[in-house]
Design a protein. Structure first.
Length: 192
């Protein structure tokens, strides 16, 4: 899956105007993502920030010039083949208000991969134990203990440079690469 974190930013003379502008942009971006196949359960408002904005004249007192509102959205894009198109469309409808804060790739359900890695790690440990037992002229006995260490990948962050929306109107190229899931087991056997 691809996790997309973006925000929309609006500046206006009053809080009400800035918030209304940010709301319109955030709504357009969210609607675009939903139309691109993002499930509602995978779309989350993740932040709201309202700050005053000042002019700083040289040698003078700072003067309030308005307010800046930032609304953040996080979403999971489960179809990597369509993710680039969904990002491009969302940025296009949000226009200059959109800031893409980053994307990351993650494995959605690594349970089957971990199970397979565990089976392979245990078979490898048993083969080595049988080899040692044979080299010692002994038979392999019962399992005394098993410990494991599972390493599942963390999401891979992909920096996303700011670009103007005209360049992003096309599908954003997404390359998922690979991620490794590993299991290390320590098996203690008795010898017969």
């Amino acid at each position: 899956t691809l996790r997309l974190d973006l925000s929309v930013v609006a500046t206006a003379p009053t809080v009400t105007e800035a918030l209304a502008s940010a709301n319109r942009s955030a709504s357009a971006v969210q609607t675009s993502l939903l139309r691109s196949g993002v499930q509602k359960k995978d779309l989350q408002t993740s932040g709201l920030d309202i700050q005053p904005s000042y002019d700083y004249p040289s040698g003078g007192t700072p003067r309030l010039k308005g307010y800046q509102v930032s609304e953040s959205v996080s979403t999971k894009l489960r179809n990597l083949g369509r993710a680039g198109d969904a990002i491009g469309k969302a940025v296009t409808v949000g226009g200059n208000a959109v800031r893409v804060n980053g994307i990351s790739l993650d494995l959605e359900d690594s349970g089957a991969l971990v199970s397979s890695a565990r089976d392979k790690a245990f078979a490898n440990a048993k083969a080595k134990a049988e080899q040692y037992a044979k080299a010692a002229g002994r038979g392999l006995g019962e399992v005394i203990s098993i410990t494991e260490d599972v390493s599942t990948p963390s999401p891979v962050a992909m920096p996303y440079a700011a670009m103007d929306s005209a360049k992003l109107a096309a599908s954003v190229p997404i390359q998922p690469g690979t991620q490794n899931v590993g299991v290390s087991v320590t098996v203690v056997y008795s010898m017969s």
